[in-house]
Design a binder for this molecule. Structure first.
Ligand code: FE2
Length: 212
């Protein structure tokens, strides 16, 4: 058994306006990039009121980073300067490598009752790959393996390896892990992480205790 990682900081998301007036929760951003390297930003868009998000994120550029969009409720329509066009539906993930530059737009649409929920994570590219050609990975919900552990913990493995099962996002330069984990009440979950890697957990629902 290795060392247990200690908690360095507990963050509370901050209400922020992004894009064309989208009200979202910024989980972390600029002041915490040293702590969370290579991750630069995590936004949680979560609202039942279309006025909060309907004007979306019209045409804007990205460069030198990866933007990773994970939708839980509703959908996000997108198109870009390379001619790509599509919809990220509930449970889907889009892993976009901006590389040497891309201009795109992302327009959220709520489900029938107006609810939208999702995340956008930004990951920095190492200097040697900053100017690589842009690329996309569109991963549909059904491609994401769901692993149930003996203690009924359920893990949706987007990127990484759990009990020998690999997530559908592979061949990523920074070798990240991205897991959507459901822990039942009074249950403990431990996860082994690579040495030297920074880790963060964002609580979507409920409450939990993190050992430190
Ligand atoms: Fe964007």
């Amino acid at each position: 058994m290795g060392q247990i990682k200690s908690i360095k900081k507990i963050l509370k998301s901050i209400p922020t306006i992004e894009g064309n007036g989208v009200k979202l929760k910024r989980v972390f951003g600029q002041p915490h990039t040293d702590l969370l390297d290579p991750f630069l930003l995590l936004d949680n868009f979560h609202s039942k009121n279309p006025d909060d998000y309907i004007n979306g994120f019209p045409w804007h550029p990205h460069r030198g980073i990866e933007t990773i969009t994970y939708v839980l409720h509703g959908e996000v329509e997108h198109m870009d300067s390379m001619g790509n066009k599509g919809t990220i539906n509930a449970g889907d993930i889009q892993w976009m490598t901006a590389g040497n530059g891309i201009i795109h737009q992302e327009m959220p649409k709520g489900q029938k009752d107006g609810l939208i929920q999702g995340f956008q994570l930004w990951a920095n590219l190492p200097a040697s790959n900053k100017m690589m050609n842009p690329r996309y990975r569109e991963i549909h919900a059904k491609q994401i393996p769901e692993i149930k552990l003996n203690n009924n913990v359920i893990i949706k493995n987007i990127c990484g390896e759990i009990n020998g099962v690999k997530g559908p996002v592979t061949d990523i330069i920074i070798t990240p892990e991205y897991l959507d984990i459901t822990v039942p009440p009074k249950t403990q979950f431990t996860h082994k992480v690579k040495k030297g890697h920074n880790v963060f957990a964002y609580l979507i629902n409920g409450s939990g205790y993190f050992h430190h």
